[in-house]
Ligand binder design. Sequence first.
Ligand SMILES: *Cc1c(COP(=O)(O)O)cnc(C)c1O
Length: 427
Amino acid sequence: MHYQNTLAFAKQADENDVLKNFRNEFLFPQHNGENVIYFTGNSLGLEPKNAKEALLTELEDWAKYGVEGHFHARHPWFSYHEMFKQPSANIVGALPEEVTAMNTLTTNLHLLMVSFYRPTKQRFKIICEKKAFPSDQYALESQVKYHGFNPDEAIIEVAPREGEHTIREEDILQTIEQHADEVALVLFGGVNYYTGQLFDMEEITKTAHKAGALAGFDLAHAAGNVELKLHDWQVDFAVWCSYKYLNSGPGSVSGIFVHQKHGNNPDLPRFAGWWGNDPKTRFLMEPGFVPAQGADGWMLSNAPVFSMAVYKVSLDMFNQAGMENLLAKQKQLTGYLEYILQDISARYDNCDLEIITPKEKSKRGCQLSVFTHGQGKKLFDYLMQNGVIADWREPNVIRMAPVPMYNSFEDVYKFGQILEKGLQKNF
Ligand SMILES: *Cc1c(COP(=O)(O)O)cnc(C)c1O
């Protein structure tokens, strides 16, 4: 795409966009009677218009059937989670039996670590990225302590080199190799929440396995955002949330992946609940847990139908849009934002917009994280007051994620116009 910083270019690009109609399927917060420029789909995706009706369907069925809704609702609650297998599998590159929807993200990270972080005296270390999302840091730290180890010793963080913002792939692989005798688990975010760096999950998994460790990923910022092939990459397990790029609403249900090679091993230690029991004997209510096949064997509880109803609406849209189309547009749209930022940065002396997200399209998703050197929070506040919703991180970073499902090229163009006006004010 040959980008131009003009409204005509943006309008034409939107006209050519095969996904352009999906924008109309979402509710945008309003600013002066117009849709805001919403660049925080990496934090909380927008509400699909059909969410309300999907929720009403379940409320009606609850009213009509009471407990009988487990079997008689339009989407019977007994097997509700099964509707999510194929669509989730398409998004993360898995077999349907390797995925399920349950609980929330941090809960699931803990549950899968129960099975896949099995430290021994000799092999007890976890290798992760520096500046992982805080919830993940707390989860790792508490798991390590739970097993009686010292986090300072057991957790090895791979950091960017001095003066750099993103982590070099070779440093990750080298760290794993260096600790090959002691590492039990390599756990990375698929995409780092702060820098937007996409890690090479296939290579990390391969290296972890060679070192005798398992490899797991937190895909909160990757699911619905970048190409994933968890099955082919031989990833051991993964977790993600459904409310960021997957648009299913605040605190909504999480997804898990357990590779086929582990999914049917009833001897793997796990924390069990009745919904993880083989559905054929679930209602016999007898002692003796028999895990269901695949990822379902990690479920604890019956499905949180209200949050999952919205998730289903969203997954149906992903299915209609097609991951391939979304990924193609994602590269163009984020590329356009990058172009606009560079164009503006070159024309203003009072600001250097340094994009810390990798330049290579294969090393990032939607998100760009930008240092606004020479400007402070006032510039960000100006953007927010003028209808741009982005995200500020101390000391001086703005994170923006134009998402292919509902953002337009015109959004990006208009954002550039507002940014220029802010720079002209010279706060
Ligand atoms: C958003 C996010 C979370 C949030 O966890 P919840 O349990 O859903 O509150 C955790 N980890 C990462 C990497 C995230 O990006």
